[in-house]
Design a binder for this molecule. Structure first.
Ligand code: C2E
Ligand code: MG
Ligand code: MG
Ligand code: MG
Length: 282
């Protein structure tokens, strides 16, 4: 898999199939080795559809199972992966992993969608769209089962190329959401120009509801904005019943957060799904 991902990186002609995987210049040797040894792992946090009252998908969140230091959170290594460009091959590995989980998710009874975080640095690979398309084909991923979560920083840089890449994938049926909405610098015109189907309300606003009048107003405004633009809206970081009730009352579409489940390993996610479906059937 790794050799394949590395080959995808080159815009130059592909090396001979037997070429050894050497460490490209600039990558952090420890992180590069971790990728080769398959020490990264995807966790999944369920997304709950508030109308169905059931799990409708998940967000894939990366972890690093360090042999000595234990489970590492993304904030401790994703910035280094972005800075060196290692996020590009790692990003393709992530999509392949999701491709492995989707059939298992369907077998567990859920024809849902998995959200994959896409960082601004991944757009610097000019082959991003065709490579994702190739991965989707080779893993027989239905395009509607994938949603890429973008942050506003991704959209501010080199707008033309980013837009062309998003448009190309969107034409294949892949969806895009705007993550951490309200914390960045995006202008509303981005929402008009780009095929974004979902807004994700940042957890910093959710933390203040109910009770903080400003946060309440911001959350209500984002929900209304999303619906007036025919988009879906997801609240992140839902930790309490009171937050959930506020969001239901204000017609939010989906929620994610510790109140329902922390991000869990693949196996636990699949177990959660089978329980969820058994409850639905009762
Ligand atoms: P994000 O995409 O905004 O992900 C949401 C973060 O909120 C996750 O942190 C999740 O574990 C956390 N979270 C979920 N529910 C709650 C809650 O109820 N309360 C609180 N306090 N937090 C909650 P995590 O997993 O540490 O990921 C942090 C960030 O790292 C992500 O933010 C994303 O920007 C980045 N990241 C994670 N996985 C990937 C990946 O596969 N690729 C890329 N490029 N970035 C990733
Ligand atoms: Mg996200
Ligand atoms: Mg977020
Ligand atoms: Mg974030």
């Amino acid at each position: 898999i790794l050799r394949y991902c590395c080959r995808l990186l080159d815009t130059a002609p592909a090396p001979a199939p037997a070429a050894p995987v050497t460490q490209p210049q600039g990558y952090d040797p420890e992180l590069w080795a971790a990728l080769q040894r398959e020490e990264f792992e995807l966790f999944y946090q369920p997304r709950i559809d508030l109308r169905l009252g059931a799990i409708c998908g998940a967000e894939a969140l990366i972890r690093w199972r360090h042999p000595e230091r234990g489970l590492q959170q993304p904030d401790s290594f994703i910035p280094a992966c972005e800075a060196s460009g290692l996020i590009v091959p790692l990003g393709y590995w992530i999509i392949q992993e999701v491709g492995r989980t989707l059939p298992a998710m369907q077998a567990a009874g859920l024809d849902g969608r998995i959200g994959v975080n896409l960082s601004f640095r991944q757009f610097q690979d000019r082959q991003l769209a065709p490579t994702i398309e190739r991965l989707m084909q080779s893993h027989r991923m239905a395009s509607h089962a994938l949603e890429f979560e973008l942050t506003e920083t991704a959209l501010c840089s080199d707008e033309e190329h980013v837009r062309a890449t998003i448009d190309q994938l969107s034409r294949q049926g892949v969806e895009f959401s705007l993550d951490d909405f309200g914390t960045g610098y995006s202008s509303f015109s981005l929402l008009q120009k780009l095929p974004i189907t979902t807004l994700k309300i940042d957890k910093s606003f959710v933390a203040g509801i109910p009770g903080n009048a400003d946060d309440e107003e911001i959350v209500r405004a984002i929900i209304n904005l999303a619906h007036n633009l025919n988009k879906q809206v997801i609240a992140e970081g839902v930790e309490t019943r009171a937050q959930l009730e506020f969001l239901i009352r204000h017609d939010c579409d989906q929620v994610q957060g510790y109140f329902f489940s922390r991000p869990v390993c693949r196996e636990q996610f699949l177990t959660l799904l089978s329980h969820d479906h058994r409850q639905q059937a009762l």
